[in-house]
Design a protein. Structure first.
Length: 94
C-alpha cells in the first residue's frame, strides 16, 4: 500500500515524472529551477557541468557522472541522459 501511495504522489515544477513501484524516471528542464516530489523526497536539479549532474535529494547534495550512479540516503540515483535542454535521472528507493 505504501508503494502505491509513493507511486501516485509524484509531481514537480519544470520536470516530467513517471513512477512505477519503488522507482521514478524524472526529466528535469535545464536553465530553470526544476524540482520534483517523488518517493517521499524533494529532488531538485542544482547544476550540470559537462557530464556531471548535481542534485539535491531531500537536503543532501550529490554529484553523478553521466551514465553513473550513486546513493543518497535511502535512494539510488542514476543519470540516464544529459542534453542541452534536459537531464533524465532514474531514482529508486533502496
Amino acid at each position: 500500500m505504501l508503494m502505491l501511495s509513493a507511486a501516485t504522489a509524484c509531481g514537480g515544477e519544470n520536470s516530467d515524472t513517471t513512477c512505477s513501484g519503488n522507482s521514478c524516471a524524472v526529466t528535469f528542464d535545464r536553465g530553470v529551477e526544476a524540482k520534483a516530489s517523488i518517493l517521499g523526497a524533494e529532488v531538485s536539479l542544482v547544476d550540470v557541468q559537462g557530464q556531471i549532474v548535481t542534485l539535491d535529494v531531500a537536503g543532501q547534495r550529490v554529484s553523478i557522472p553521466a551514465d553513473g550512479q550513486t546513493q543518497a540516503g535511502a535512494y539510488s540515483l542514476s543519470v540516464q541522459e544529459i542534453t542541452g535542454e534536459q537531464v533524465k535521472v532514474e531514482i529508486a528507493v533502496n
